[in-house]
Design a protein around this ligand. Structure first.
Ligand SMILES: NC(=O)c1ccc[n+]([C@@H]2O[C@H](COP(=O)([O-])OP(=O)(O)OC[C@H]3O[C@@H](n4cnc5c(N)ncnc54)[C@H](O)[C@@H]3O)[C@@H](O)[C@H]2O)c1
Length: 349
């Protein structure tokens, strides 16, 4: 049994608590939040008696072996570094950090503690359709992939941004649509197609003037290590709650993939389109339970299972700290390109 602590008891924390509760080998024993009422509300709901307001108190709890970091972006680096120094396995919510300096110290700490499991949340990698799409790509079912195009749209209102002081600020969130919402799908691009080497971007605040300091809309062009070109447009001022459209164009097959479902497939190879469509069609019984908002998907429980298994089996997780840092670095490169007005090389951790 791995005993776990949760640092940060806001919106995403129940998804972690319920994820651990679904696992026979995990138990949440300690909750921490700067606001005591938040830890108390979750503690009462889930029967977790030990609570604190200072995360260092949770890290000093000898029973806690592993921690989930569920706080705002600006606090992730300090908490993760302190958790590893305290000898705890750690899994941190996206975006791993707020600025490149955060990523550097987090990855350095993770590498200094190879005996501890350290990971970043990107739960969509654990969804069956995404895993199968990755295999289709790796198996060459699209032929040589030439271009990919991601159109991501969601809706974040003024009310959403006014709810918590960190949201929509440079100091608290580090960015807007890209670092908070689109990052899931930017990570998906890396998961499917590998790293990108450089990009050029524009970002703007089109509908949240006077409400946020950061971008609500962005567009960029990227060149992957493999040579394929990708374009991304993203906005959180749209009319829908959450929609990702990914188009893959290859020499043998094309796919339009919307919110993890195939909506259009075509191929010059007989039977290939049906094969791709069938592989990406997930049966109801294969879908896990969603805890939280529908667009979180059901991946948290599967990712936490990987984290707990990795601790017990003394192995690495599927999303190592450096890997999660690379997806955050992609976002930060977009901001750097907007600042400099030129192509930016994307660092790899
Ligand atoms: N993976 C996903 O689908 C998903 C979904 C939502 C949020 N998130 C991520 O989860 C993180 C938290 O987001 P949220 O929406 O739950 O935010 P939130 O503001 O609702 O909750 C954060 C909580 O952390 C607490 N906190 C901040 N600093 C702390 C500290 N030093 N010690 C203890 N508690 C502290 C705050 O008081 C707050 O209650 C963010 O990184 C966000 O991007 C991920």
């Amino acid at each position: 049994m791995v005993k776990c602590g949760i640092i940060g008891c806001g919106v995403i924390a129940p998804t972690h608590i319920e994820g651990y509760r679904a696992l026979p080998e995990a138990e949440v024993v300690h909750l921490c939040d700067l606001i005591p009422e938040r830890a108390a509300a979750l503690g009462e709901k889930y029967g977790i008696a030990r609570r604190s307001t200072d995360y260092r108190e949770l890290l000093a709890d000898p029973e806690v072996e592993a921690v989930s970091v569920c706080t705002d972006h600006a606090s992730h680096a300090r908490i993760v570094v302190d958790a590893l120094a305290a000898g705890k396995h750690v899994i941190c919510e996206k975006a791993l950090g707020r600025v490149p300096e955060d990523l550097a110290v987090m990855v350095k700490a993770a590498k200094a503690h190879p005996e501890l499991v350290s990971s970043g949340i990107f739960q969509h990698r654990y969804e069956p359709a995404n895993r199968r799409l990755r295999k289709l790509v790796a198996d060459g079912k699209f032929g040589k992939i030439l271009t990919v195009n991601l159109v991501f749209s969601c809706l974040r209102t003024e009310e959403y941004y006014r709810k918590d002081a960190w949201r929509g600020t440079v100091a608290g969130e580090g960015g807007g649509i890209l670092i908070n919402q689109a990052i899931h799908h930017l990570d998906q691009l890396r998961y499917l197609f590998g790293n990108a080497k450089r990009l050029v971007s524009r970002t703007a605040n089109l509908t949240h003037q006077g409400v946020i300091e950061v971008e609500d809309t962005a567009a960029f062009l990227m060149e992957f290590d493999s040579g394929l070109f990708g374009t991304v447009t993203a906005t959180n001022s749209s009319c829908v709650e959450w929609r990702s459209f990914l188009t893959i164009v290859g020499t043998e097959a094309n796919l339009e993939y919307a919110n993890e479902k195939p909506v259009f497939v075509e191929s010059s190879i007989e039977g290939r389109a049906a094969e791709i469509e069938q592989a990406l069609t997930v049966r109801e019984e294969e879908k896990g339970a969603i805890v939280g908002k529908k667009y979180y998907g059901a991946g948290h429980t599967a990712q936490l299972a990987d984290f707990i298994d990795a601790i017990q089996e003394k192995r690495r997780t599927e999303v190592e700290m450096a890997d999660a840092a690379d997806s955050a670095a992609l976002v930060m490169a977009v901001y750097e390109s907007e600042r400099t007005g030129s192509w930016v090389d994307i660092p790899a951790y």
